[in-house]
Design a protein around this ligand. Structure first.
Ligand code: SF4
Ligand code: SF4
Length: 224
């Protein structure tokens, strides 16, 4: 058992008082405080001649860079949503902000969302929906000033979520440039393993072939 040496009749040393002991003594000028006040005023004066960074919002609006994660939107491709209503985004969304109902369509993609809603009061702008989407159908936009007049108003339906792909070009280009690099940091990149990334499609986004189709076509070419 350790020996208890502290004398209970002696007051414990006051940490605050001992800090004060370490305080350096101020010179006469320092005790006047006037030079320090003058220094502060001079610093403020200097800032008046520096370029201003304040924007006169909302008249002046900030155009965020492509890396910015504003509200999530659905990509509209040739007048239709790219979304195939697979439900991955809803599954990955941490605050359960996304809800949808799939329906069959005659189109090649076979399924589309009959309704698709994002509750923007729940959304935390994490970008997980964008990350998991195999179709690059939901992306983070530059939209950052959202105002609602009621709770219902904050639930965005397809009519408010759909944005033409031309308007989202910067973000789509950004994703193509960077998403796979991030993926490659942790795994040795193999095309065949990466069937759920933005490079699921041909690079120019012209044929709409998935990477599985492209690889199959290459294999057929080789074996022919
Ligand atoms: S950004 Fe995050 S919180 Fe918002 S809808 Fe997408 S997954 Fe959900
Ligand atoms: S993950 Fe993409 S394709 Fe699937 S439901 Fe969400 S937006 Fe649609």
């Amino acid at each position: 058992m350790p020996e208890y040496t502290h004398n209970l009749h002696q007051p414990i040393r006051n940490a605050l008082a001992s800090d004060n002991e370490k305080e350096r003594t101020l010179s006469f000028l320092e005790r006047l405080y006037l030079p320090e006040i003058a220094k502060g005023l001079f610093y403020t004066f200097k800032q008046m001649f520096k370029p201003t960074v304040t924007m006169m919002y909302p008249e002046e609006r900030w155009d965020p860079p492509a890396i910015f994660r504003g509200r999530p939107v659905l990509v509209e491709d040739n007048g239709k949503e790219r979304c195939v209503a697979c439900g991955l985004c809803a599954r990955a969304c941490p605050p359960l902000a996304i809800s949808m109902q799939a329906k069959e369509t005659e189109d090649e993609k076979e399924r589309y969302p009959d309704f698709f809603e994002i509750n923007m009061l729940r959304c935390i702008y994490c970008g997980f929906c964008e990350e998991v989407c195999p179709e690059e159908a939901i992306v983070m936009s530059k939209d950052y000033d959202l105002v609602y007049h009621s709770r219902g108003d904050a639930v965005y339906d397809k009519s408010r979520l759909l944005v033409p792909k031309e308007e989202l070009k910067e973000r789509l280009d950004f994703l193509r440039e960077y998403r796979n690099r991030q993926f490659g940091q942790f795994w040795k990149f193999q095309e065949a393993n990466n069937i759920h990334s933005v490079r699921d499609r041909d690079e120019n986004w012209e044929t709409s072939l998935s990477i599985v189709d492209i690889l199959e076509a290459k294999q057929k070419e080789k074996s022919a």
